[in-house]
Design a protein around this ligand. Sequence first.
Ligand code: IMP
Length: 430
Amino acid sequence: MAVVAVVGAQWGDEGKGHIVDILAARAQTVIRYGGGNNAGHTVVNRHGTFKLHMVPAGIFEPSTLNIVGNGTVIDPKHFLGELDGLTARGIAVDNVRISDRAHVIMPYHAMQDRFDEELKGDAKIGTTGRGIGPAYADKMARIGIRVADLRDPVLFRERLTAVLAIKNRLLTTYYNAEPIDFDTIYREYVAYGQRLAPYIADVYPDVQHALEANQSILLEGAQGVLLDIDHGTYPFVTSSQPGIAGASQGAGIAPSEIDHVMGVFKAYATRVGSGPFPSEVDGAAADALRQMGKPWAEVGTTTGRLRRVGWFDAVAARYATRLNGIDRLAITKLDVLDEVAEIAICVGYRHNGQLINHPPSQPEIYAEVEPVYEVMPGWLSPTQHVRTWADLPANAQAYVNRLSELCGAQVSMVSVGPGHDQIIEVLPIL
Ligand code: IMP
């Protein structure tokens, strides 16, 4: 019995869905701790292929409690659509709880997100356009609407009146946009609140009960630690804390209760949106990594955007590992490298002739660093059918071992395809 946090350790899209799907089946409580429907977790299991955005991956086990934690931001319409989609496919959703402390993404958030990106021009972040940044900004500015407010029409009227006065002033005078009609939005969101009511709870007792009962608890991350608001490539980041600090805060679990931190790394690297990416490649190397046309091609789950691709960046990986206390690694999509003859790993950055061994804090400098590569021979044989470490080609073992050494953490899992069983479990964690 353990509390395990699964954190994305690059720029998101590491294949966390696959890993949490496997671990969730062994947990009694799964808590999604941050982000919103900017995330997209692809899960392929006995029920089919699912793209989860907010609902925790424990949803496929009827006895597992799935908590959407206080650290998330929730678009109620989207969330209800996700619940309906699962129900329509025969997956019961009555074991979902939404923390009443979580914040609500309102229509003006998506508008602000879009307008801000337009105003930034070339400096735009390339957000998912879901209103994530403005929703977290309002939370911090203490003008957010929380899930608890939605459940109570009287309280919600009060809150919305106060907030809409600010937002409509902003929309009309700063953005030159039309104001939002109070009655329309009020009615719409009260209706969402009614539909969500059976799932909304103060989850503190549930979490405490899970801890006291010594349950296996999985803290499910979203995005990746290089998109962290503090430690990521600011300002090209998301507005939450995808790492271990965010897991504790966003799930409502004391840091000392967390036994293991599993960092999920792709065997190479990808990024969507703008921002530094020193080991990025283009041309034929990018085509090989992007795997276009295959079901696991590097196209965003949420946005459908082509992902930028590159070699594994061990400098950023070690930084992510150290900052988050990652003690176990999941290396995903190893099979994508099956046909690559020479595999590069970025082991250092050079800037103005100097070697740097951790990511610079300023994106302008980060964008200028030159990657220093180490090249390893590929294995040039298929691995998708491999299920044990011993059956992995020697060069693939050597590659994974090198990543482990560079990060300074032990490998727990290696994925060799999108299927539920396409996993090599080296060191079980739950
Ligand atoms: P936002 O989270 O929509 O504000 O987007 C901010 C940045 O984070 C953009 O570069 C997005 O592409 C990136 N981002 C947000 N969520 C994800 C994710 O789940 N996977 C990968 N990138 C993400």
